[in-house]
Every structure is written in C-alpha cells, then in structure tokens.
Ligand binder design. Structure first.
Ligand code: KIV
Length: 291
C-alpha cells in the first residue's frame, strides 16, 4: 500500500545524481529543441512505474506504442492491438506520470483498424487516446494519411506520423524489412514526409530506412522533427522500444538495438545513458545502420 510520502517522491533516492527538475516538455519545447539541433529522446512506455522511471531519467518523450501488443501481450505483430487496449495502457502511463508530476511528452499510437476507415473514425479514435491522457497521437502510413493528419491537427490534436517500416502493414510489406532502399521508394518517402509536414504533423518516426535517406528527409523538414529507429544518426531524435534497450526480448533483437543495461547499475541509469548518448550523438552509430 502506498503512502503520501512515497506518492510524493518514489524516485527521490535518485535525486543526488539527478539534474535540476526540468520544465514540462511541450510541443513548443520540442520545436525549440529541433530548431537548436538538440537531439530529442523517446522511449516506449507501457506502464505507470516504467513511465515514472523514464521521466526521472530525463527522457523527453514517452510513446505508448502499439508494440505493446508484442512486448506485453505476446502477439506476433501489432495488428491485433485494439483501441480499448491502447486506451487502457495510455491511462496507466498517464497516471504514472501524474503520480510523479512527470514532465515527459506523452504520445500514444492509433492502433490498426482505428483510423483507416475515414478521417472521422481517426478523429474519434484520437480523441479517445487524448482523453486517456495522451498529448499527441501517432499513426502509420504515407500519402493516404495526409488528409487525416490535416483533419486531426486542425481540430487541435498534435500528430506524429510514421514512415518507412510501418509494422501495422507488416503483412503487405512481406516482413520487417528495410524500406526506401531503391530510388523510387526513397523519392516517395521524401514526398510523403513533405506532405505530412504540410498537413501539420509535428513529428515523424522514420523506422528502418537507410541512414542517408533519413538524413536527407531530416534536412528537408523544418517544422516536423524526425525521430529515427534503425535509421542512423542523422535524424532529429531517436526512439527505441524500452524492453529492447533493456536487453529483454521474446525473440532476437534488431541489429540497431543497443543493450543499455550492459554495465548499468540500475534501469534508471540505463535510461539516463540512453538520453546522454542520444543527446551527445554517440548513439546510434551509423556503421551499425549501414543498410
Ligand atoms: O509501437 C512502437 O513501439 C513504435 C516505435 C517502434 C516507434 O511505433
């Protein structure tokens, strides 16, 4: 049973090594980091306690990713994750952040089937996740999502887009493969990225694309911060799946994942190392991403 004291400072013990408390991460602060070239850090979070630890470690953005289907529910892919499940996990993470007066920016994934039908369906699903505590929603896909992104952002919901390997369409893509390798698909990805920025997307996850392509897209976008995963070091920020970077997996980890628990004294220490190494540019190393 928790007490008022531990509610106030469950991670107070880390204070001796912690930097001064930071201001809340907002869309404006993310835009400012992007403009100044400060790398943006993002990790997935699926529960209250890990959300609090990641916040204490100084992670800028937490993503309630639909990867929770694989990580927490044991599914084979993210296709089976429902909106109700996303709402449940988003509420848990948001509660964890509230308990510690957390300052991280909270993003939640629109799951497969919750936004493909119409922009009105997408708005309803996005509203549900915002009411569960998210501050931004993420959705996967290129050109066909542009109208939806515009519709949602015009109605006051910040959007993070997602291009490259889009796990919800793994069956259409033929597996978890690198995307944008040839000239035509790379050009289409660049075009989609520009259109998504113009539609109002403030962030864009680029997953498993060649480092050179991710760098080129990043250089073109001034109002939309790219967040890479398996996309090299040239993006405006980096995201990893929490369990992957803690070295715990059901299957084989992707080549681009680093185990930050190796040599760490605690989970919070591992997360702090992730933050430092992304911010100082030492993670990721392009050599590991030479797709
Ligand atoms: O669901 C997820 O965890 C994601 C990240 C891999 C970006 O979309």
């Amino acid at each position: 049973m928790s007490t008022a004291a531990d509610t106030a400072a469950p991670y107070g013990a880390a204070a001796a090594t912690s930097p001064a408390p930071r201001k809340a991460v907002t869309l404006a602060r993310i835009a400012d980091m992007h403009a100044r070239g400060e790398k943006i850090t993002m990790l997935t979070a699926y529960d209250a306690t890990f959300a609090a630890v990641a916040d204490a470690a100084g992670v800028d953005c937490l993503l309630v990713g639909d990867s929770l289907g694989m990580v927490c529910q044991g599914l084979d892919s993210t296709v089976g994750v429902s909106l109700d499940v996303m709402r449940h996990y988003t509420e848990s993470v948001a509660r964890g952040l509230r308990r510690v007066q957390g300052t991280a920016w909270l993003i939640a994934d629109l799951p497969f089937g919750s936004y493909q039908e119409s922009r009105e369906q997408a708005l309803r699903s996005a509203t549900a996740l915002m009411q569960a505590g998210a501050q931004m929603i993420k959705l996967e896909g290129g050109g066909w999502t542009v109208d939806t992104v515009r519709f949602i952002t015009e109605r006051g919901i910040p959007v993070c887009a997602h291009l490259g390997l889009t796990p919800q369409t793994v069956h259409a893509l033929g597996g978890y493969r690198v995307q944008g390798r040839d000239e035509a698909t790379a050009a289409r990805l660049c075009q989609d990225a520009r259109a998504l920025q113009d539609a109002g997307a403030a962030m864009l996850v680029l997953e498993m694309v060649p480092a050179k392509l991710a760098r080129a897209v990043t250089a073109e976008l001034t109002r939309c911060a790219t967040i890479g995963i398996g996309a090299g070091s040239g993006t405006a920020g980096q995201v990893l799946v929490l369990h992957d970077m803690l070295g715990i997996h059901l299957g084989k980890p992707a080549r681009f994942v680093r185990n930050f628990m190796a040599g760490a004294e605690s989970i919070e220490h591992a997360l702090r190392t992730f933050v430092h190494t992304v911010k100082d540019g030492s993670f990721p190393e392009d050599a590991v991403h030479a797709w």
